[in-house]
Unconditional design. Structure first.
Lengths: 281, 223
C-alpha cells in the first residue's frame, strides 16, 4: 500500500490532466443541483445599489473584458444587465480595457436587452472603446467631466449626440451608479469617481483578483462586488434567474475539487515516499 | 536641448494633471467662488493623450512588419512563420475594415471566422489551460513540509471550498456559523484585508517616489 502511495509522488501529470478534464466536463454536461448559500456582503451591496437607483436613473457599465476572462466576467455582466432590465433602468456601456471589449459586451447584452424590449439608443447605448493606453486616470477623469468630448460616436459610428439616451448623459453626475466588470478593475475608478463626485462604484472581477479589493469593500469605497462565478450565481439567485453564473459555478466547484485532490495526492505521495525512503535507509 | 524640451513637456504635463486634481472644483465663496481654471482643458488634454497613445500602439505592428519582411528578404531562419504572420495581418486588416464598412457579406464571414473562430478560440483556450497548470502545480508544489505551509494549505482549502457551491454542499448539515463559506469570508475580510492594506501602502509609497522622480526628470532613465 505504501509503495503504491509512494508512486503518487511522481505521478505522470497526464493522468492529472485527464482527471481534470473529466471533472470539468461532468458539470457542464449534467446539471447537478447543489445548495446555494446566502449572498455575500459584497454581492448584496451591488444588488442593493442597483435597487436604490431610481426608475429614471441611468447606470454606466464599463465592460472591459475579452475572451481571456469571459468565463467569469460574461456571467457577471449578464446578471446585472438582466437586473437593470427587470427594473427598466437605462444604461450606457463603455470599454476602457481592450479593443475587443465592446464586441463582447454587445454580444452579451443584445439578447437580454432585446428580450426585455429595450430599444437601442433610447434605453441603452454601447459607447464603444476608449483608448486608455496612456493611463486610466486621465481617461476616467475626462469621461466623468465630459463624456461627449471623449467618446464622440457609439460602437456603430453614430454620433453620440444623436442618441436620445446620450442627450441625458454628459457628465458622471447624470449617472447614478458605475459598474466596472473586467479581469482586474482599476482602483482609479474609486479615486476619480467615488472620491471626486460621490457616485457609487461597484466591481465585477475574477475570483483570483478579489482579495485585492476587500479593503475597499471594508471601507465602503466600493458599494459592492461580484467575485467570479460565485458572485454571479449569488446575484442570479437574488434576481431569481439562475443562468450562466450558476452553471459555471458548478464547474468551478469541480475545478477547485480537482486542485484540492491533486494537492492531497501529492502530499500523500510525498509522505509515503519519505517513509519508504527511511525504511530503505 | 532635446532632453530639456522633453523634460519641460513631461514636467508641464504632469503639473497640469496634478494641479487639476488637487485644486478644488470651486473655491469657497469667501475666497471668491472661483472655478478650477484647468478643468475645462482636461477633456482636450485627454484626447491628445489618446491620440498619442494610439500612435504608439501602431509602432508595435510596424516594427513587426519591418522585422518579418527583413527576415523574408534576407532568407533567414523563421521566414516561413514570418510570412504566415504577414499574410494573416493583411487579411485581418482587410476583413476588419471591410466588415465595418458593410461592403460584402464575404468580409463579414471572413471577419467572424478569424475573430471568433481563430483568435477568440485560441485566447480562451490558452487561458483555459491555466486550469490544468494549476492542478499540476498543486500536485507538485503544494507540499506540507512545515507549520507555515500547513497553515497556508489549510486556508487555501477553506477559501477554495468557500468560493464554490461544493463547499456549501459539504457543510450544509452544519449550523450556519460553521459553514465553510463564512470561514472563507472571514479569511478574506480580516487577515487578508489587513495584509492587502499594508502591501498597498508600500506599493503606493514606491509608486509615488518613482512617479515623482519621473515627473522631475531626476530618475536614472531620464539621464
Amino acid at each position: 500500500m505504501r509503495r503504491w502511495l509512494a508512486r503518487l509522488h511522481t505521478l505522470n501529470p497526464r493522468w492529472l490532466y485527464l482527471a481534470t478534464a473529466i471533472l470539468l466536463i461532468i458539470p457542464l454536461v449534467i446539471l447537478i443541483p447543489m445548495p446555494r448559500g446566502s449572498a455575500s456582503r459584497a454581492t448584496r451591496g451591488l444588488y442593493d445599489a442597483v435597487e436604490a437607483v431610481p426608475a429614471d436613473g441611468i447606470v454606466m457599465i464599463d465592460s472591459s473584458w475579452d475572451q481571456g476572462s469571459r468565463s467569469e466576467n460574461a456571467a457577471q455582466l449578464e446578471c446585472v444587465v438582466r437586473h437593470l432590465c427587470q427594473r427598466r433602468i437605462r444604461f450606457v456601456v463603455t470599454s476602457l480595457g481592450t479593443v475587443f471589449s465592446p464586441e463582447f459586451a454587445q454580444k452579451t447584452i443584445e439578447p437580454i436587452a432585446a428580450q426585455a424590449g429595450y430599444v437601442y439608443g433610447r434605453d441603452w447605448v454601447n459607447a464603444g472603446y476608449v483608448q486608455s493606453a496612456s493611463g486610466l486616470a486621465p481617461v476616467i477623469s475626462a469621461l466623468a467631466l465630459d463624456f461627449h468630448t471623449i467618446r464622440q460616436a457609439d460602437v456603430r459610428g453614430t454620433p453620440i449626440g444623436d442618441l436620445p439616451l446620450m442627450k441625458e448623459v454628459r457628465t458622471i453626475r447624470d449617472v447614478r451608479l458605475v459598474y466596472v466588470v473586467t479581469y482586474a478593475p482599476s482602483p482609479e475608478w474609486i479615486s476619480f469617481i467615488t472620491g471626486q463626485f460621490g457616485t457609487p462604484v461597484a466591481f465585477g472581477c475574477m475570483s483570483m483578483m478579489a482579495p485585492n479589493y476587500y479593503t475597499y469593500i471594508d471601507s465602503k469605497q466600493l458599494c459592492g462586488m461580484l467575485i467570479g462565478n460565485r458572485g454571479a450565481a449569488e446575484y442570479e439567485a437574488l434576481i431569481r434567474h439562475p443562468a450562466l453564473g450558476t452553471r459555471l459555478s458548478m464547474a468551478a466547484s469541480f475545478g477547485n475539487a480537482a486542485i484540492i485532490l491533486a494537492a492531497i495526492v501529492g502530499n500523500l505521495g510525498m509522505w509515503a515516499a519519505r517513509r519508504a525512503g527511511r525504511r530503505g535507509a | 536641448m532635446r532632453r530639456r524640451a522633453v523634460w519641460l513637456i513631461t514636467f508641464g504635463g504632469g503639473l497640469f494633471f496634478l494641479l487639476e486634481f488637487l485644486l478644488p472644483a470651486r473655491t469657497p465663496d469667501w475666497l471668491g467662488g472661483v472655478e478650477n481654471p484647468l478643468t475645462p482643458f482636461l477633456p482636450s488634454a485627454t484626447n491628445f493623450l489618446i491620440v498619442v497613445s494610439a500612435m504608439a500602439v501602431l509602432l508595435g505592428p510596424l516594427n513587426l512588419v519591418r522585422r518579418y519582411l527583413g527576415m523574408i528578404v534576407r532568407r533567414e531562419q523563421g521566414r516561413l512563420e514570418g510570412a504566415v504572420f504577414l499574410v494573416f495581418l493583411a487579411v485581418s486588416i482587410v476583413a476588419a475594415s471591410c466588415e465595418g464598412a458593410n461592403i460584402h457579406r464575404a468580409f463579414d464571414t471572413l471577419y467572424n471566422a478569424l475573430f471568433y473562430g481563430v483568435q477568440t478560440a485560441f485566447f480562451a483556450s490558452s487561458m483555459a489551460l491555466l486550469a490544468f497548470y494549476l492542478v499540476s502545480a498543486a500536485h507538485r508544489a503544494f507540499r506540507i513540509n512545515n507549520l507555515e505551509a500547513g497553515l497556508m494549505m489549510a486556508s487555501a482549502v477553506v477559501i477554495l471550498l468557500g468560493q464554490v457551491p461544493l463547499g456549501d454542499w459539504l457543510t450544509q448539515g452544519l449550523p450556519d456559523a460553521f459553514q465553510v463559506r463564512h470561514a472563507a469570508q472571514w479569511i478574506l475580510a480580516v487577515p487578508n484585508t489587513g495584509v492587502q492594506r499594508a502591501v498597498e501602502i508600500g506599493v503606493c509609497g514606491g509608486a509615488f517616489a518613482a512617479g515623482f522622480r519621473q515627473w522631475l526628470g531626476i530618475g536614472a532613465a531620464t539621464r
